[in-house]
Structures are given as C-alpha cells and as structure tokens.
Design a protein around this ligand. Structure first.
Ligand SMILES: Nc1nc2c(ncn2[C@@H]2O[C@H](COP(=O)(O)OP(=O)(O)O)[C@@H](O)[C@H]2O)c(=O)[nH]1
Ligand SMILES: [Mg+2]
Length: 304
C-alpha cells in the first residue's frame, strides 16, 4: 500500500511549484518522497523526478507526428499513458513499498472534468495497486478578484470532484499575492467557505455586463449550493505553517494519519521545532543532498 497526492488544476495554477515545495517539506519531516511527472508539457522541472512521462512519450513528437495542437497532443499523451499503464507500474512498484508519491498532472481541465484517460489511470492505481491517493486541486487565488471567474472556479472544482471520485482538497494557491489584486468584494472566508452564494449573485447583478446572465448565474450558484461539496483551503507554498496545514488535511483524507507510519505526530514536531523562516527556494539544497544520499545508497546496494 502506498500513499500520495494527485496534483491537478488549470495551467499556471502552481502544480509544479507545489510538487517542488511539498516534496521538500515532506522530506524535511522525514518522509521518503517520489515525485512523478505525468505532465508532458512541463518544460523545466524544478524538482528531481523519480519517474517522468517524457521517458514514455514526448509532447513535441506527438504534435509533429499527428499534426495535433498542444491540447490534442496532451489528450493523446494521456490516452497513451492509459494504454501503457504497465510502463507506469514497472516504474512505480519498486518505489511503492516505502515512498510517498506526488503526481504532477497536466493542467488541461478537460482531462479532469470530461475525458476518462487520466481518471482510469488513477483508478487503476487506487483499485488495483491499492494506492491511497488524495486529489489536490489547485486554483489560482487570483480568480477570487472577479466574481464571474470565481463562479467558474467553483464549477471547475465541483466537476473535478465528481469526475475523479477521490478524497479531494480544493486549494486557493498563490494566496501570498491576493492583496496585490486589490480589495476583494468579500472577506476571504466567504471565498473559502462557499456558504451563501446569494451575495455573489447580487454582486454580479450590479454589473450591467453580467446582469443579463442573471438567471444563468442564479442556476449555477444553486447547483453548486445543492451539491454542497466545494470549499477551499488556502496555500502559500513558501510558508511552512501553510504547507503543514495542508499536509494534515491530506493525511486525514487519504488515511495516512491512521496508518501509524513512523509516528505522524513526531513528523510534525520536527517541523514545529525547526526555524520559522522556512523558504522552499532556499531548501533546494536539502533536495540535492537527499538525492545524492539516495544515489550513493543505491550505488552501495549494487556493489554489495
Ligand atoms: N507568488 C507565488 N507564485 C507562485 C506560487 N505557486 C506558483 N507560482 C508561480 O506561478 C507560475 C506557474 O507555476 P507552475 O508551478 O509552473 O504552474 P503549473 O502550470 O500548474 O505547473 C510560476 O511562475 C510560479 O513561480 C505561489 O504560491 N506564490
Ligand atoms: Mg507544471
């Protein structure tokens, strides 16, 4: 049984940065982490990945060979991954016994709201390989600064929750930038708790451009409220407390916290006692050290 996170969200929402920061945080508290890049559109990876989809298929090759654009190319790549799930299994199984997984998925929203390829890959992992995964759905907090965009973020989050059928945590990412977008129409709690959207409807109705969609807005808001599933937590990936809060939520949702693995409480005590000015950029050195140690251990294993 392995534990991990499926990191999804629109392009630019911060998935790769999240995987980088989260992997470093988890290593600091003593977990063995394997980051798996399943996004063929990731150019430069800030983290060292244990498995990279580029070894299986390259987006540029697909686009050139099949005359596809980037979106079509990504759908093809995910179809290809689904058909070649044995490749993924051969890469992951050696790590599964003692690693915690972070899966960096592509950002094309249709992959997580419409197509079945990525969902089927995830379901094989959870149902056949017995992985305990939580979906971490990142949405740029910038969307809160525009009520119309916020409604679309709510719909997107709801669709992803219903589509993926995993324990699910919605995250407003880049919260450190929220003040730079100007004053929000409501308190931040309003956007995270998603309790009463009638205020949002009233706000939208005051804008002549959106007033003509009044009925549509009302129906969409009612739909979201009827499901009563969506809420958000906030994240500043550079802030240790913020990352720690999310890890606790994720551990509860996928059962890591109940598995008694290496004393979950001890892990957090370690970070609580550490320096308070944690900075994920600065900790890049920790990652380097970790991988050096890992590779020298592996070399020793081979020579033994
Ligand atoms: N200020 C700030 N910038 C962030 C944060 N997370 C990501 N970014 C930036 O947002 C951009 C897109 O991030 P990336 O991780 O590549 O997004 P992805 O396409 O979802 O993988 C990059 O320029 C990141 O540096 C954050 O928490 N705070
Ligand atoms: Mg990325």
């Amino acid at each position: 049984m392995a534990y991990g996170q499926v990191v999804v969200g629109p392009p630019g929402s911060g998935k790769t940065t999240y995987c980088n920061g989260m992997s470093q945080f988890l290593r600091l508290i003593g977990r063995k982490v394997a980051v798996v890049n399943l996004d063929p559109a990731n150019d430069e990876l800030p983290y060292e990945c244990a498995v990279n989809i580029e070894e299986l298929i390259r987006l540029e090759d697909v686009m050139a060979e099949h005359s596809l654009g980037p979106n079509g190319g990504l759908v093809y790549c995910m179809d290809y991954l689904e058909k070649n799930i044995d490749w993924l299994q051969s890469k992951l199984q050696p790590l599964a016994k003692d690693h915690y997984f972070l899966f960096d998925f592509p950002g094309q929203v249709e992959l997580f709201t419409l197509h079945s390829n990525a969902k089927n890959v995830i379901h094989v992992m959870t149902n056949k390989w017995d992985y305990r995964l939580t979906a971490v759905h990142l949405v740029d907090a910038h969307l809160c600064s525009d009520p119309g965009k916020y409604v679309s973020a709510l719909l997107l989050s709801l669709s992803a929750m219903l589509h993926l059928e995993l324990p699910h945590i919605n995250v407003l990412s880049k919260i450190d930038l929220i003040e730079s977008y100007g004053k929000l129409a409501f308190n931040l709690d309003f956007y995270t708790d998603v309790q009463d959207l009638s205020y949002l409807q009233n706000h939208l109705d005051q804008d002549p451009r959106s007033a003509k969609y009044r009925k549509l807005t009302k129906s969409l808001c009612e739909l979201i409220e009827d499901y009563s599933l969506v809420s958000f937590t906030t994240l500043n990936i550079q802030d240790k407390e913020s990352v720690m809060d999310i890890v606790k939520l994720i551990d509860k949702s996928n059962g890591y916290v109940f598995a008694g693995i290496e004393g979950n409480i001890n892990e957090f005590n370690k970070i609580a006692a550490g320096p308070l000015d944690w900075d994920y950029y600065r900790n890049a050195a920790v990652q380097e050290k970790y991988f050096k140690e890992e590779s020298s251990n592996e070399e020793n294993d081979v020579s033994e």
